[in-house]
Design a binder for this molecule. Structure first.
Ligand SMILES: C[S@@+](CC[C@H](N)C(=O)[O-])C[C@H]1O[C@@H](n2cnc3c(N)ncnc32)[C@H](O)[C@@H]1O
Length: 313
């Protein structure tokens, strides 16, 4: 049994304000549903970051300005769809580097490795499956050669601001002087655009959230009935917080037999599942200072919806 997941489920569902961590969305089915989310036209984050990495790979690598060879360590690599453009630029220009994708999802890592081996046969790739917190602090992903860490897709927005600073500081602690971090951040914008990306009319984000209940059923012999739950999310344009929730549609009891737990849900009770925080460029500058990085540049897409911000230690 995955004990971290078990402990977090017990703690989260027995709290007064129920919550589950979004990192558990990504079992193999969840990773596939997330790819569907990324393909929705409303989910501007993918197109914006894809544009940045397609059109500005050369400028990003010039700004990094490393001697070769160097490492590219990608934290939470997922399907690597956007990173591919950066890797392709480097391979096509015969710039010597090693790619180390890290992800908690074995399925995501297997399909990424297979795809990259086919598309970029000359790529030096060293995948790691596991929690990036543990891999960063326990394993030696860093070597003598310079490293560029990638934390893309707006993942940083999944952490409340204080935890985001702690996470960036953890990255910083595991970097050598002169190493760089390319940080994907979703930028504050017209709230309707943000709201439509998360409360999508296709119901894919709802399916993504409810899959977490199905995952709990599978792993802990639970009896969640997904039709008795709904999905809601809300964007607050002042704080920049998108908060996502699962909503109980009736008073109900759910048994998690393997955990020996019975969870009571009241009518309309919420489980908070995800934070997706948006930042202004000035707020990103503050995050960087608080975690002891220097901002080299904000690489923005043409609509200024998203930034891949280059930070240096
Ligand atoms: C929102 S997706 C983004 C994927 C990719 N970076 C992108 O921009 O498309 C988050 C990815 O991070 C992985 N992930 C989430 N939490 C993680 C953790 N603590 N350690 C390792 N991987 C994690 C998930 O499995 C998922 O593939």
């Amino acid at each position: 049994m995955n004990t971290d997941f078990a402990n977090d489920v017990i703690e989260g569902l027995s709290s007064k304000k129920k919550h589950l961590s979004s990192k558990y969305f990504y079992d193999d089915i969840g990773s596939r549903i997330f790819q569907e989310i990324m393909n929705m036209p409303e989910y501007y984050l993918t197109d914006s970051e894809f544009e940045i990495l397609s059109l500005q790979a050369k400028q990003i690598i010039a700004a990094v300005n490393f001697d070769t060879p160097f490492n590219i360590v990608e934290l939470g690599a997922g399907d690597g769809f956007k990173t591919f453009k950066l890797l392709e630029y480097l391979v096509n220009n015969e710039i010597e580097f090693h790619y180390v994708p890290v992800d908690i999802s074995q399925g995501a890592m297997d399909s990424l490795t297979k795809k990259l081996k086919e598309k970029l046969p000359n790529l030096s790739i060293h995948p790691r499956v596991g929690d990036y917190f543990e891999i960063l602090s326990k394993e030696n992903v860093q070597t003598d050669i310079p490293s560029l860490l990638l934390f893309l897709g707006g993942n940083i927005g999944n952490y409340p601001e204080k935890e985001a600073v702690n996470l960036l500081q953890l990255f910083n602690d595991n970097m050598k002087k002169g190493d760089a971090l390319l940080l994907g951040v979703d930028v504050k914008k017209n709230p309707i655009i943000v709201q439509n990306a998360y409360l999508d009319k296709h119901g894919i984000t709802k399916r993504f959230n409810l899959n977490l209940l199905l995952r709990i059923n599978k792993e802990f012999d639970g009896d969640f009935k997904v039709d008795d739950f709904d999905f809601y999310c809300h964007y607050d344009p002042i704080s920049g917080d998108v908060k996502s929730y699962i909503v109980s549609l009736r008073n109900q009891k759910v048994a998690l037999k393997k955990l020996d737990v019975m969870v009571d849900f009241k009518y309309d009770e919420l489980i908070w599942t995800e934070l997706s925080k948006k930042y202004s460029l000035e707020e990103i500058d503050v995050l960087a200072v608080q975690s002891n990085f220097k901002v080299v540049n904000h690489f923005l897409d043409c609509k200024h919806y998203f930034t891949d911000t280059l930070l240096i230690k």
